[in-house]
Design a protein around this ligand. Structure first.
Ligand code: AR6
Length: 188
């Protein structure tokens, strides 16, 4: 499981769903929804959030502003959905992960919720494919190994329940992050 033939990304089948790891740029993903590691303002930022708004164009921000006007700031662990604008993905699911503050401020619960709410929203919208970044492990500082373990374990548990998703892909931006996720997937 940890080594894959050339040109093929590592994957595991969970129930009826493929769980796939890729090294690359989430804004290029053709999943039906890509997940944005946003902040509560939903107005954009750096990292993957910046890339999604830059590549996806102003339609995403317009919907985000309308959402915030309706529901207020997005609480950590919650998720909402907008169009994908000019992205190849039709939709963006915006979620907010925890800021790492040492590990005793419910960071794991919030990160679990960010993944679960994103998956649930994709199912509620009858989507078949979703792609995630490694939420909270950039600017928000969540340590990579526990974040990867939590991410893959949470997705696995979700997929063992009822779901219409045919694929869940993690699109990982650096070799370091990809290698950690690949190691964790091998032990899942
Ligand atoms: N495709 C896939 N992954 C990416 C991309 C990309 N194009 N760009 C960066 N990453 P971060 P966070 C990786 O900081 O930690 C923003 O300012 C990155 O290498 O994007 O949840 C928001 O507005 C890392 O592995 O998100 C918030 O304020 C992972 O994505 C804050 O950052 C997550 O890093 C959220 O911080």
């Amino acid at each position: 499981m940890t080594s894959s033939p050339p040109g093929q990304w590592p994957e595991k089948i969970i129930g009826k769903t493929r769980l796939i790891l890729e090294l690359g740029d989430l804004t290029k993903s053709h999943a039906q929804a890509v997940v944005n590691a946003a902040n509560p303002s939903l107005l954009g930022g750096a990292g993957v959030d910046g890339a999604i708004h830059r590549e996806g164009g102003p339609a995403i921000l317009k919907e985000c502003r309308a959402l915030v006007a309706r529901i207020g700031r997005l609480q950590p662990g919650r998720a909402v959905i907008t169009t994908g604008g000019r992205l190849p993905a039709e939709n963006v699911i915006h979620t907010v992960g925890p800021i790492w503050r040492g590990g005793d401020k419910r960071e794991a619960d919030i990160l679990t919720s960010a993944y679960r709410e994103s998956l649930t929203l994709a199912d509620d919208m009858a989507l078949q494919s979703i792609a995630f970044p490694s939420i909270s492990t950039g600017a928000y500082g969540y340590p990579l190994v526990p974040a990867a373990e939590l991410a893959l374990q949470t997705v696995k548990q979700y997929l063992e329940g009822e779901t219409g998703l045919s694929s869940v892909t993690f699109v990982l931006f650096s070799r370091e992050v990809f290698d950690v996720y690949q190691g964790v997937l091998g032990k899942l």
